[in-house]
Design a protein around this ligand. Structure first.
Ligand code: SF4
Length: 476
C-alpha cells in the first residue's frame, strides 16, 4: 500500500524544543498509557522506568525529553496544555517523587533514577525509548517506541516500518514522488494545492479542514507575536539572548501601536520595506518562533520543531510584504503545498535529524516553504517543485551539531537562513523554465537520503561533533 500522509501530520501543534525529542516521546508516553488501558493493565502499575537510547539519550536533556515523558506520562496533551503549567507540573514531580500516571493513578517516580539515559543505539532507529511498568503482581511490562522525526512515533521493529506509518488508502491522488504529483496536476488541470485539498477531503469535511488550518495558522502567528514581544535569555545554560524582540522594536519604531497578533500584522504592512528591512523582518519572524520553541513554548512542527520558524516566516513575508490583499485562502494554499512537499521528503528520505542531520530539518522546511511561496506567487506546479528542489539542493549535507544538546545554536539562526534561501529559491524557479532543470525534485530527495546514510553519526543530533564539541558550554 502506498503511504499517504495528511498535511496535518506534517504540521502538528506541539510544545518545543524538539519534535523528535520532545513531541515524539510525549506522544509515545500517551500511546503507552492507551495500550496499558486497553490491555487492562493500567490500574496494575506500581512503578515506572523510562529508558532512552541513542540520540534521545545523548541530546535528550538539552531537548527536554525528560520533561516530555513526564508530561506525557501525566496524561497531558501537547496541543492543549497551557504553556505556563509545564514547569510547575514537572517541578512537582521532581520535588514529591510522585507522578500522577495518566492523570489518575499516583505512582512513585524519581526522575533522577527512573529516567535512564543509555548511550547504546537501538538497531531500528537512532531515537529509541522504552517504557517499563512494574505491576502489582511483581511482573514487568515493557514497550519500545521510536520517535522517527516530526512527532511521528512507531512501535514495531519491522523492516519497512518507516514506510508504513500513518497510512490511508482512501486518497484519490496517492502520491509518493514529485513526478506523480505533477502527473495528477496535469491530468486534472489542477494546482498542487487543489490536488492536496482533494486528498484531505477524503479524511475530513471542508469545515473541519478550515478549522484545523485556522488553528495551525493562528498558532504560527501567535508564536511569532510572542517571540517578538519577549525579552531576556533563553533557558538551558547557554545564555543565549533573545533577538526577535529588539529586531521587531527597531523595525517598527517607537510610534507604532497595536494590541494583538492581527493588528501587529497590519502594522508591519505599513512599514517601509527595502531589501535590508525585508531580510530583517524575515529573520525576525524565524528567530521569534525558534526562541519560543527553545523556551518550551507552543509552536507548529513544520516539519520539525527545530525548523519550525522557516514556514511561518516565509508565509508572513508573503502576507506583510508581497501581497497586502491576501487572507485565509492564500494561507490555506500555502500550507497545503508546504505539507505535501514535506510528505514527499518524509516518504523518500527522512525528516529526522538523528537519521539525516540538519538537511532533514532546515533543508526540508526550506524546500516546503519555497514550493508553497512559488504557488502563491503564480508559479506552475513544475516551478513549485523546482523551487523545492533548489532549496534542498543548497542544504545537502547540512550537519546537526547543537551546542550543549540545546535547540538554540546553530538552530535558531539557521531558521532565518532557511527562510531566506526559500524566498530566493522561489524567485529562481519563477524566473526559470523547469524544462531546463538538470536536477528534478525526486533526485534531490534520493540524494539527500543517500547523503544521510553516508553522514557520520557525530553529525546526526548526537552533539558529538561540529559546533557541539568546538564550543564549550562554560565559555557561553
Ligand atoms: S542543528 Fe538543525 S537539525 Fe539539529 S537540532 Fe538544530 S535545527 Fe534541528
Amino acid at each position: 500500500m502506498m503511504e499517504s500522509i495528511s498535511i496535518f501530520d506534517m504540521l502538528k501543534i506541539g510544545i518545543g524544543p524538539s519534535s523528535s525529542h520532545t513531541l515524539g516521546p510525549w506522544r509515545a508516553a500517551e500511546r503507552w498509557i492507551a495500550e496499558l488501558r486497553s490491555a487492562s493493565l493500567f490500574d496494575e502499575v506500581v512503578g515506572i522506568k523510562v529508558h532512552m537510547y541513542g540520540s534521545l539519550s545523548l541530546t535528550g536533556k538539552g531537548h527536554a525529553t525528560d520533561y516530555a515523558v513526564m508530561l506525557g506520562l501525566s496524561g497531558t496533551d501537547p496541543v492543549e496544555i497551557p504553556v505556563k503549567d509545564i514547569h510547575a507540573l514537572v517541578t512537582k514531580i521532581q520535588k514529591t517523587h510522585i507522578l500522577n500516571f495518566g492523570n489518575g493513578l499516583p505512582v512513585p517516580f524519581n526522575p533522577d533514577s527512573d529516567i535512564l539515559f543509555h548511550k547504546k543505539f537501538l538497531e531500528f532507529h537512532a531515537n529509541g525509548l522504552q517504557f517499563e511498568a512494574t505491576l502489582k503482581s511483581g511482573k514487568t511490562k515493557k514497550n519500545t517506541y521510536y520517535s522517527i522525526g516530526g512527532g511521528f512515533v512507531v512501535v514495531k521493529e519491522r523492516k519497512n516500518a518507516k514506510r508504513n506509518i500513518a497510512t490511508f488508502d482512501s486518497f484519490p491522488f496517492p502520491i509518493q514522488k514529485g513526478t506523480e504529483l505533477l502527473a495528477y496536476c496535469e491530468k486534472e488541470n489542477k494546482s498542487i494545492s487543489e490536488i492536496v485539498l482533494e486528498n484531505e477531503r477524503s479524511l475530513r469535511t471542508d469545515p473541519e479542514i478550515n478549522e484545523k488550518l485556522r488553528h495551525v495558522w493562528d498558532t504560527m502567528l501567535e508564536c511569532m507575536y510572542i517571540g517578538c514581544h519577549t525579552q531576556g535569555k533563553l533557558p538551558g545554560g547557554l545564555n543565549v539572548t533573545r533577538r526577535a524582540y529588539d529586531l521587531n522594536k527597531n523595525l517598527l519604531g517607537d510610534s507604532s501601536t497595536y494590541d494583538s497578533p492581527q493588528t501587529w500584522l497590519t502594522t508591519i504592512r505599513n512599514t517601509e520595506v527595502k531589501f535590508r528591512q525585508i531580510l530583517k523582518w524575515v529573520s525576525c519572524f524565524a528567530l521569534a518562533v525558534n526562541e519560543v520553541n527553545a523556551s518550551l513554548g507552543r509552536v507548529v512542527t513544520a516539519p520539525t520543531n527545530g525548523s519550525a520558524g522557516v514556514i511561518p516566516a516565509v508565509l508572513m513575508y508573503y502576507l506583510v510584504i508581497e501581497n497586502h490583499e491576501t487572507g485565509f485562502e492564500e494561507i490555506k494554499k500555502f500550507l497545503f503545498v508546504a505539507g505535501e512537499i514535506g510528505s514527499i521528503f518524509k516518504k523518500g528520505a527522512t525528516i529526522s535529524a538523528a537519521m539525516g542531520g540538519c538537511q532533514a530539518e532546515i533543508g526540508v522546511s526550506s524546500a516546503m516553504a519555497a514550493g508553497a511561496l512559488t504557488e502563491l506567487l503564480g508559479g506552475t506546479p513544475d516551478q513549485v517543485l523546482m523551487a523545492a528542489e533548489i532549496a534542498m539542493e543548497h542544504h545537502l549535507g547540512l550537519t546537526c551539531d547543537p551546542i550543549g544538546g540545546l535547540v538554540q545554536i546553530p538552530c535558531i539562526e539557521r531558521n532565518s537562513m532557511g527562510a531566506i534561501k526559500a524566498i530566493n529559491a522561489a524567485e529562481l524557479a519563477l524566473g526559470s523554465d523547469p524544462k531546463d532543470a538538470k536536477v528534478p525534485l525526486d533526485k534531490v530527495v534520493e540524494t539527500m537520503w543517500n547523503t544521510a546514510k553516508d553522514m557520520s553519526s557525530k553529525y546526526k543530533e548526537t552533539s558529538e561533533g561540529g559546533l557541539a564539541i568546538g564550543i564549550n558550554m562554560s565559555d557561553c
